[in-house]
Unconditional design. Sequence first.
Lengths: 356, 356
Amino acid sequence: MSNAYAVVMAGGAGTRFWPLSRGLTPKQLLPLGGQNESLIRATVRRVAALIPPERVLIVTSEALVDAIAKELPEVPRENILAEPTGRNTAPCVAWAAATIARKDPTGVLVVLAADHHMADEAAYLEVVRRAVAAAAGGEMVTVGIKPTRPETGYGYLEVGEAISDGVMRAKRFVEKPDLARATDFLRAGNYLWNSGQFFFRADAVLEAVAKHLPELSAALKQYDDAAAKGEEASLVKKTYGSLPNISIDHGIMEKAERVAVIHGDFGWSDVGSWTTAYELAPKDATGNAAPADSVFVDATNNYVKASSKKVVAIIGMHDLVVVDTEDALLIVPRERAQDVREIVAVLKARNDISRL
Amino acid sequence: MSNAYAVVMAGGAGTRFWPLSRGLTPKQLLPLGGQNESLIRATVRRVAALIPPERVLIVTSEALVDAIAKELPEVPRENILAEPTGRNTAPCVAWAAATIARKDPTGVLVVLAADHHMADEAAYLEVVRRAVAAAAGGEMVTVGIKPTRPETGYGYLEVGEAISDGVMRAKRFVEKPDLARATDFLRAGNYLWNSGQFFFRADAVLEAVAKHLPELSAALKQYDDAAAKGEEASLVKKTYGSLPNISIDHGIMEKAERVAVIHGDFGWSDVGSWTTAYELAPKDATGNAAPADSVFVDATNNYVKASSKKVVAIIGMHDLVVVDTEDALLIVPRERAQDVREIVAVLKARNDISRL
C-alpha cells in the first residue's frame, strides 16, 4: 500500500473569531475545539496513527510560516510550503502533490483543512483509512457529511452507486446552493455536504491537473526543475501569484473521472463561528463555558474567553459570547455571532491594523 | 459674616462601582459625574467661589490620605484628617468642627459628601450661600431635596413653617422609611429627602455635641489639649476607635433646637450605582455612553467604561453596563446594576483581596 501524506491547508486568515483571531493568529492556531489544543495541532494529531510528522506537509501563507513552525515543531521545517499569495486550493494542493511526487509518485495525499473539528476521532480515523485505501487504488476520494439543515454555506455532493464497502461514486459536485435548492437536496436524501477533505495518489491528481489545468501543470514542471537545482523557493516567489486562482473542487474534482465519496459520520464541524466554539466547549452545570474563576449571577449558557489574569463577572445575561483580549472586547448574543464581520469591517475602514 | 469651611466627608469605601471602585480607589476618587473629574474634585470645585482650598478640610480613612492628597494637591496636607477607623459621621464632623474652632470658633462648617453630583452648579452655589448665611445666624441647616419617588434608601425631613427667604424650620428627621411610609411622605408633600449636607457654626455644633453627645465632647477637649502640644495625631490613633459610632443626623440634628432646611433644586444625585453613572454620562445619538473608539452594531443605550487601550465592540445588545479594568470585567443589565454587590460578596468569600 502507498504511503499516506497529510497535506494540511493552513492559509486561511479568517475574521469570524475576532477579536481572538488576528492576521498572525488565525483560527487554525486557536484552541477552538474545546481542548487546550490549536485546531491545526488537533488536525495533525488525529491522523498521527497513519501519518508520522515527517510525512505531514503544511501549505500556508509566508506570514504564518513561523507561527506554524512554532506550533508544530515536530514537522520538518522544509515540509512547510509558503505561498507568497493565496491562489485558492487547486495550486496549493497541486504544489504539495508535485513536492510529494518527486520522491514518492504513488504516495497518497490526505488533504485536510487545518481548522476543522471531528468529535469522534476513532470513527474519523477509520474513514481516513478507507479513503486512503480507495485512493491508493486510483480513486479521487472525498468525504461527505449527512446534511442536518438546508445549509447554504457549504458545497454538496450528489451520491451515486456503491463502489466498495462504504465508498460510493460521486455523481457531481454542487457549489453553494440557494436555500430552495439546499432544501431540495436535504429532502432528496442522496446529497452530502462536501467537507473539503480529499484523498488521491500524487500521480493521479497531477495527471488530472495536466488534463484540466494545463497552465498549472506547466508551472509545476518548472517548480520540479527548479527544485532539482535548489531554486524552487525563489521561482515560487516570482511566479505563484500568476497561477490560476481556482478551487480543487471546481478545477479538478468536478471534472475528474474516478471521483468517489465516503460518508463520514464522526461529528464533523468546520468551526464556523463563536456559536460553534460554544457548542464544542466544555460547560458547567449552568451551561456557561468560561474560565474557572468567572462569576455568574443568574446568568446561563454564556461563552467567555478571557485571559487567566481577568475575572469576568456576568449578572442576569444569557446566551452571550464575550471575548476579551489585551486590546479588544467583544460582546454579542450567540445567535448573532456571525455579525462579528461587521465589527471587522469597521476596524478595516479605520485602518486599525493592530487589531486585525 | 463668618468664614465658611468645607468639611468633606470622604471616608466611604463603597462596592457599588465594582470593578472600578476598589479599596484604595473608592467612588469619590472616580470620575462618575459625567466629566473627566473625580467626584471629590468636583465637590471642592463647586464651592471654590465661596471656600478657598486652605479652608477645605477632608475627613477620610488613613488608607485614603495619600490618594486624596494626590487628587487635591491644592488642599494643605494638614487639612486632611485621617480617621484610624470609621465611626460614622458624628465624630467625623465634630472632630472637624473642633479643629476649625481652635482658630475660628464662629467659622461656618459646610459639611459635604465627597461623592455626590449636582447638575445645576449655579443653583447649587446659591443654596450654599443662603445656607451659610442662615448658619452664620445660628441655625443648624440642612438641604432637602423634593422626592420624585418613594425612595426607601434615603432619610426624610418633615418641613415646617418658613423662617426666612427659602429657609424653613425642620420639624423632624425620619430615618430610612419602609415603602408604605415613603409613599405617604411623597403624597403628603411636606417631606424632603435629606441630602446629607449640613451647615452650622463650629461653636453651635460643638455646643450641641456637648449637650447631646457628652462623651464625644470630652474626647474633643482632649484632642484640643493634645493639638496644643503637637500630639493630636497619636491621641487620635489611640482613642478614635472608642468614640460613639453614630451619625450626625441621629446624634445631633434630630435633637438640636434651631434646625432649618433649605429646599435644594439643583439636580442632586448621590450617584448610587452604575445606573446613575449612565444617566450622568454624555451619550451619543444612539444613547451609548462609551469611549470614542467603541464599535456598536445594532446596540443602543449601553454604558461602557474601559481603558483607552481597548476597543469595545457590542452587537445587538441594549441597556447594558460594561466595565472593563486590568483584572476584572463586569457585564450587567443597567436595571440590575445594584446586584454588583453579589459579585463583591463572591470575591470576598474567595478572599480575592487584589480585586476588592
